[in-house]
Design a protein around this ligand. Structure first.
Ligand code: DAH
Length: 356
């Protein structure tokens, strides 16, 4: 048998097959039961023994070549079919893919993260406390005894088991002091406590029942020298607060202190910042005063230090309680506190996070 001639004939037939079905037909003719190629290979048995090895080798070579050519032709037509199908749809492989919507940081989280970064860079440590708090830590330990009017004014959510939802982050002051003193830790101590607080308030433009605060506490030993005693003072408080507000409000700030009453500090202050909207000239946001009340603070009350396990003769400190929503509102010019928990994606997706 002229197997080389056969090979040429088959390869020509493959090249001549004009579409998928023609290739399929050819495949059946060559490789099906009694297919011509297979028959050729099998015909080796009819040859004299000595011719068999050479023929077998050549026949297998032809089989492989033809098989390969057939497969390539088949693939070619399959690809053409596929392209036809793709072209028949609206699929445009050059069109850029749809952009997946990514989440955005909540503005309170953004500002809280920035504050935590800032304070930790100044050597503060982050402390946490429970949202379900005892009366003792929320009030008594902070020099707010049972009959104190401040308890009333805090509109506390009381729980049936005698605990309550903390009304501020201040309880973590005493919790931290007690824990560290028990561990034998000696001040200096600088902590911040970001966290959620709750008050039974009627919600309006400026009030929320759930809100975020960041408490700060700095305590150090009083140094007694020839010129009297020095320790943590109001000057340290003002400097820290000014630095913090400058970073968060992204501009130079002026601050002023007014007396403020909080049982856990003495003296207590309300710290005001010059209005970022009118630079202190007077506008509707600052009610023409040029100043905006931004955070309450003060020098830690001796009773609080005592409750924390420290001798107020030996240690002094300052504390502050920043309302995070308030700072966020000032930073972004947001005029209604209800936006924060409103769940409106148009509001929530507009705050770019500054790369940290
Ligand atoms: N805990 C107070 C509140 O929510 C705020 C506060 C005032 C915190 C003075 C302080 C402070 O640390 O020194 O209303």
């Amino acid at each position: 048998m002229d197997i080389t001639g056969k090979q040429d004939e088959w390869l020509q037939a493959i090249a001549a097959a004009s579409d998928g079905p023609a290739v399929a037909e050819l495949e059946a003719r060559l490789f099906g039961q009694k297919g011509e190629v297979l028959e050729m290979v099998r015909s080796v048995t009819s040859l004299p023994r000595e011719e068999r090895p050479a023929f077998g080798k050549a026949a297998n070579g032809v089989k492989l070549t033809v098989d390969k050519a057939l497969a390539a032709r088949k693939d070619g037509f399959a690809q053409i079919e596929l392209n036809k199908e793709l072209n028949a749809t609206d699929f445009d492989p050059t069109e850029p893919g749809p952009r997946a919507r990514t989440g955005a940081m909540h503005p309170i989280t953004i500002v809280q993260n920035e504050l935590v970064d800032l304070f930790t860079s100044m050597g503060f440590q982050w402390e946490d406390g429970p949202e379900i708090e005892s009366e003792y830590f929320n009030f008594d330990a902070l020099n707010i005894p049972g009959d104190h009017p401040a308890r009333e004014s805090q509109d506390t959510f009381l729980l049936s088991d005698g605990n309550l939802l903390r009304t501020h982050t201040s309880p973590v002051q005493v919790r931290t002091l007690q824990r560290l003193v028990k561990q034998g830790f000696e001040p200096p101590l600088k902590v911040i406590v970001p966290g959620r607080c709750f008050r039974s308030e009627t919600v309006d433009k400026t009030h929320e029942h759930s809100f975020y605060q960041m408490e700060g506490l700095v305590v150090d030993r009083v140094q007694k020298g020839e010129n009297g005693a020095t320790g943590i003072s109001t000057a340290n408080l003002i400097h820290t607060m000014k630095t913090c507000l400058r970073v968060i409000l992204e501009r130079d700030v002026e601050v002023r202190l007014r007396p403020g009453f909080f049982p856990f500090v003495e003296p207590g202050f309300e710290l005001d910042v010059n209005c970022p909207f009118c630079s202190g000239k007077g506008c509707s946001v600052c009610k023409q005063s040029g100043w905006i009340e931004i955070l309450p603070c003060g020098m830690v009350h001796p009773n609080v230090l005592k409750e924390g396990g420290l001798d107020p003769e030996e240690y002094t400190g300052f504390a502050f309680g920043m309302g995070l929503q308030r700072v966020v509102m000032l930073r972004y010019g947001i005029d209604d506190i209800r936006h924060f928990m409103g769940g409106n994606l148009r509001f929530l997706s507009q705050f770019p996070e500054v790369p940290r």
